[in-house]
Write a protein that binds this ligand. Structure first.
Ligand SMILES: Cc1cc2nc3c(=O)[nH]c(=O)nc-3n(C[C@H](O)[C@H](O)[C@H](O)COP(=O)(O)OP(=O)(O)OC[C@H]3O[C@@H](n4cnc5c(N)ncnc54)[C@H](O)[C@@H]3O)c2cc1C
Length: 435
C-alpha cells in the first residue's frame, strides 16, 4: 500500500512540568511523587482504569516487598488496608514466588482517589500517539483525546506505557523479547469463574462451541493457575504464547485466543470435573509481561541480578525471583531450574531508566533497559512503583541543577540516592535478604 504524508494544525492544550504516559503502577509512582514535590503533572492513560496490569490485566497480588517501597506505595497500601482489600503484610524475603493479594477492583478506586489528592491533571481514555523531537529534546507530545488530537508541552516526559511507546516515537534504541529470536514472555489472559451458578439451572458450555477440540485430559490443558477470590469467584490465568504484544494484529489474535481458551478450560472443568462453574467476568485487557523496552544508558543483565550487583546510581532494589517462563509454550515450563530462579537483592541503576541521546525523556516500569531475564524479576509491581517514584526524584534534581538525567546519574548519584531514601524507598540489600 502507498505511504501518505499527513499534516494537521493542532492546539497545545496542556502545559506541565511533567507529562507521564501510562497510568500503571509505574506511571502512578512517577506522577504522584512528582506532584508531591510540587510539580505540575499531566497523566495520560489510554484505558478507563488506572493500574495497568495490576487492575485492567486482572493481576491481584503485589509481588516483591510491600513495605519500604516509598511513600506513594505506602499510601496505596494504606488505602487498600483501610478498605480491607489487601491481605496482611508478610516479608517477601520469607516467601518464594508469592504476592500479597489485593482486590483489584478496589485498587482502581484507590488510584483514582490518590491521583485526585495530588491534583494531577488526569486524562483517561486518552492515548499518547507521537512526539515532536528537536535534536536531543522532545518539544511536544501528541495525544488523542476523545474529542481529537492535541499537544502537550512539558519540561520532562516519562514513558510508563509498558511498551516504551514514547521512546519508540522519539526514535530511541529499542529491544524486544529474548536476544536470539525476539520472542517475548507469553502473555496471559486472566478471567474469573463464578463458583456457584447465578441461576437455579447451571449454564454449561456445549461441546460444539469451540473451533478446536475440547480438552479431554488434564495434560492437554494450557498452564492454568487459579487464584482464590473467596467463596463465590475464582481467578483463572492462562498462558497465551508466541504473540507479539507490540503489534495490534497479534494483540487482537492473542485477546481472542485467550478468551476462547478461558471458555475451553471452563468447559473442561464443567464436563470432566463436574464443576458448576460459570464465566463471571473477563479482564478488560490481556496481561502483558513484556513489550518493547529501551536500550538505555545501562542495560541491566541477568548476571547483575545473579551477582546481586550494587550501582552508585541504584534507585530501587530488585529482589523477586527470575520469572523465567518458556516463551514458546503454554505449559508451566521454565527455561531455568527451580534452584536457579532465586536471585540476591540487586540495584536497578537510574541509568537503566534513561534512553540514550535524549535529555528530557525517561522511562519507568517494565519498559526499562534490561535483558529478558533481568526484566522477568524487575517488572514486579513493587519495584515498578519504586522506579516511578525515583524517576520523579531524578527529574527534580535535573530541574534543580539544570543538568540532564545522565549528568545526574554521573555527577550527583549520592544526592539522588539520598532523595530516594528520604522518599521511603529502602536501598539496603540486607533488608531484602532471606533470613
Ligand atoms: C499475567 C501476569 C501476571 C503477573 N503477576 C504479577 C503479580 O502477581 N505480582 C506483580 O507484582 N506483578 C505481576 N506481573 C507483572 C506486573 O503486573 C507488571 O510488570 C507491572 O504491572 C508493570 O507495571 P507498568 O506500570 O510498568 O506497566 P503496565 O501495568 O502495563 O501499565 C502501562 C499502562 O500504560 C497504558 N498505556 C499503554 N500505551 C499507552 C498509550 N499509548 N497511551 C496512554 N497509555 C498507554 C496502559 O493502558 C497501562 O495502563 C504480572 C504480569 C502479567 C502479565
Amino acid at each position: 500500500m502507498a505511504d501518505i504524508s499527513y499534516t494537521k494544525k493542532i492546539k497545545i492544550k496542556y502545559k506541565a512540568d511533567l507529562a507521564v504516559f501510562g497510568g500503571g503502577i509505574a506511571g502512578i509512582g512517577t506522577a504522584c511523587a512528582a506532584a508531591k514535590k510540587g510539580y505540575t503533572v499531566v497523566l495520560v492513560e489510554r484505558l478507563g482504569w488506572l493500574g495497568g496490569n495490576g487492575t485492567s490485566g486482572g493481576v491481584r497480588g503485589f509481588c516483591g516487598e510491600t513495605s519500604k517501597q516509598g511513600k506513594i506505595f505506602d499510601e496505596i497500601i494504606e488505602h487498600l488496608e483501610n478498605l480491607e482489600a489487601i491481605e496482611p503484610h508478610f516479608y517477601a524475603r520469607d516467601v518464594f514466588f508469592k504476592g500479597r493479594k489485593y482486590e483489584h477492583q478496589y485498587l482502581v478506586v484507590v488510584l483514582d482517589k490518590i491521583v485526585q489528592k495530588y491534583n494531577i491533571k488526569l486524562l483517561i481514555h486518552t492515548r499518547f500517539i507521537d512526539v515532536i523531537r528537536k535534536n536531543r529534546t522532545i518539544e511536544y507530545a501528541i495525544i488523542a483525546e476523545q474529542e481529537g488530537i492535541c499537544g502537550i508541552k512539558a519540561k520532562y516526559y516519562v514513558d510508563c506505557t509498558g511498551e516504551a511507546c514514547c521512546c519508540q516515537s522519539a526514535g530511541c534504541e529499542m529491544v524486544k523479547g529474548r536476544e536470539e529470536d525476539g520472542l517475548q514472555l507469553p502473555m496471559s489472559v486472566i478471567g474469573f469463574y463464578r463458583r456457584t451458578p447465578l441461576f437455579k439451572k447451571p449454564r454449561s458450555v456445549s461441546d460444539s462451541y469451540f473451533n478446536r477440540n475440547p480438552i479431554h485430559n488434564a495434560s492437554d490443558k494450557p498452564m492454568t493457575s487459579f487464584n482464590s477470590c473467596g467463596k463465590y469467584s475464582k481467578g483463572v490465568k492462562i498462558k497465551i504464547p508466541k504473540f507479539d504484544s507490540t503489534i495490534s494484529n497479534d494483540l487482537t489474535q492473542a485477546e481472542i485466543e485467550g478468551r476462547s481458551e478461558l471458555m475451553r478450560v471452563l468447559h473442561y472443568y464443567q464436563k470432566k470435573k463436574y464443576k458448576k462453574w460459570e464465566l463471571d467476568h473477563l479482564s478488560p485487557i490481556i496481561g502483558i509481561r513484556e513489550g518493547s523496552r529501551i536500550k538505555g544508558e545501562y542495560y541491566l543483565k541477568v548476571d547483575d541480578c545473579r551477582k546481586g550487583r550494587s550501582f552508585k546510581d541504584g534507585i530501587a532494589v530488585g529482589h523477586y525471583p527470575l520469572d523465567a517462563h518458556d516463551p514458546t509454550d503454554n505449559k508451566r515450563t521454565y527455561i531455568l531450574d527451580k534452584k536457579e530462579l532465586r536471585v540476591p537483592p540487586y540495584d536497578i541503576p537510574f541509568r537503566s531508566l534513561i534512553p540514550k541521546n535524549i535529555d528530557n525523556l525517561l522511562v519507568a516500569g517494565r519498559n526499562l533497559s534490561a535483558d529478558q531475564l533481568a526484566l522477568s524479576s524487575a517488572r514486579v509491581m513493587t519495584t515498578c512503583c519504586s522506579m516511578g517514584q525515583a524517576v520523579a526524584l531524578g527529574i527534580d534534581l535535573c530541574l534543580k541543577y539544570e543538568m540532564n538525567p545522565i549528568e545526574i546519574a554521573t555527577y550527583k548519584p549520592e544526592e539522588l540516592q539520598k532523595s530516594v531514601k528520604e522518599s521511603g524507598i529502602c536501598l539496603d540489600h540486607e533488608f531484602y535478604k532471606p533470613r
